[in-house]
Write a protein that binds this ligand. Structure first.
Ligand SMILES: [Zn+2]
Length: 424
């Protein structure tokens, strides 16, 4: 297995910072016997330098790279927030260095089986307070491997307010060996509360350049270089999406259908048809992605609850079972809604890429197109609409994304967008 940071594409600065922090964390472990646990750190680099100074002085580790108890990884979707958080978790558990990829600490963390690394991947639209409280409680226990208790929270922007407060309490008074790694699109107050943000060190990730994405697809996934190059450009820096486009014919077909939208917009009726098609495609894609999981979960729960109990306590058990099934259905519905939104958002990002290409062509900007395969069509659009018309259309797509994000019903938002795209 290569180094744990190998899959973090195009994020050299972040990797340097995380390695230094992992080295500092190892120094803390070396310096501190059980009674010399590190004091809670703050997000202020100057203060954390002071706090780390004595622990690190003897080991020669740069004190300003000191260990911190709470981190936020930010960056656009697909930039590798959760990849970075998991790799850093492995680096903290690494027994040989700062993420060698070979030792048991690295291997079990990357494989998802390390006893002291907990990963929260929200399946629904939000992470609830119950889940967070249980997590915080477990995170406070002494690490069984003698290093760190690491909690990775993907999509921390989906914390409910109550869950955020439960987490905040833990971050404010962190158990000495517990580290929280949060992932969020940005540190905007809409994504992460100001108070949590103020106690975390932020690791900003950037949209990885297409060349770096193509390189990793070719090296790690064995994808032919020309396909990798095309997929990396089409995915606009989203590593996971690039891999899917390169490998999954269904994903390519869906993308082609989305990119056919601009030339189909020939009138009002066609605009509404295109809106329906886009919504239904997103629903179908989402359903395909969650159906198997839904069925498996329900069967597992029914087995666990046992069918048709009798005797003393059975009626209570049945009431409890009904409650659990209802809870499961609620969770599954929430997951399905999220999968639909994600699928629709991917389609909108593809569409935005098309109008972005038209805009850059109208401006004769010397940049490569996002969608090489529809570049000619975007060029024709650029001639017809000019820069201003292309920009208005690009803005219509972005406004649609923003509206859905703000909970406007997807169909309404998409219809409005299609009409705007048609009229210009
Ligand atoms: Zn290791």
């Amino acid at each position: 297995m290569p180094d744990v940071f190998a899959d973090l594409v195009g994020q050299d600065e972040a990797v340097v910072e995380l390695r230094r922090a992992a080295a500092a964390a190892a120094a803390v472990l070396r310096a501190g016997a059980a009674d010399r646990a590190p004091a809670p750190r703050t997000a202020d680099p100057a203060e954390s330098a002071d706090a780390d100074a004595d622990a690190d002085a003897s080991s020669g580790v740069d004190p300003s790279a000191g260990m911190t108890h709470a981190w936020i990884f930010t960056g656009p979707p697909g930039s590798g927030r959760s990849v970075a958080a998991r790799a850093f978790a492995a680096a903290l558990q690494c027994v040989h260095g700062t993420g060698c990829g070979e030792c048991p600490g690295c291997r079990t963390t990357m494989g998802g089986t390390h006893a002291d690394v907990r990963l929260v991947v929200p399946e629904g639209l939000s992470i609830g307070v119950g889940e967070m409280r249980a997590l915080v409680l477990r995170a406070a226990s002494t690490p069984s491997g003698g290093r760190w208790q690491v909690v990775v929270i993907e999509d921390a922007d989906r914390l409910t307010e109550a869950a955020g407060n439960a987490l905040l309490k833990a971050i404010e008074e962190p158990p000495p060996r517990t580290v929280f790694l949060l992932c969020a699109p940005s540190t905007h107050p809409d994504d992460i509360s100001v108070t949590i943000r103020s106690r975390c060190r932020v690791v900003p990730l950037r949209q990885p350049p297409a060349d770096a994405v193509a390189e990793v697809l070719a090296r790690r996934d064995g994808i032919a270089p020309d396909v990798a190059q095309w997929a990396a450009a089409a995915a606009q820096g989203h590593v996971g999406r690039a891999r899917r486009l390169a490998r999954d014919p269904e994903a390519r077909k869906r993308r082609e259908a989305v990119l056919a939208v601009p030339r189909r917009l020939t009138g009002v009726g066609a605009a509404f048809d295109a809106a329906s098609a886009l919504i239904e495609a997103a629903e179908a894609e989402a359903e395909a992605s969650v159906t198997d999981a839904d069925t498996t979960e329900r069967a597992a729960l029914e087995t666990a609850l046992g069918a048709g109990g009798t005797g003393r306590g059975a009626s209570g058990a049945i009431r409890g079972a009904a409650g659990q099934l209802k809870e499961l259905e609620k969770r599954q519905k929430s997951r399905a809604t999220r999968a639909q939104r994600d699928a629709l958002d991917r389609a909108l990002v593809d569409l935005a890429g098309f109008y972005r290409d038209a805009l850059t062509m109208a401006l004769r900007a010397p940049v490569a197109p996002v969608h090489t395969d529809t570049a000619a069509l975007a060029g024709a659009g650029a001639q017809k609409w000019d820069a201003e018309g292309s920009l208005r259309r690009l803005e219509a797509v972005l406004a649609c994304r923003a509206a859905i994000e703000a909970n406007v019903k997807p169909r309404i938002a998409v219809e409005a967008m299609m009409l705007a795209l048609w009229k210009g």
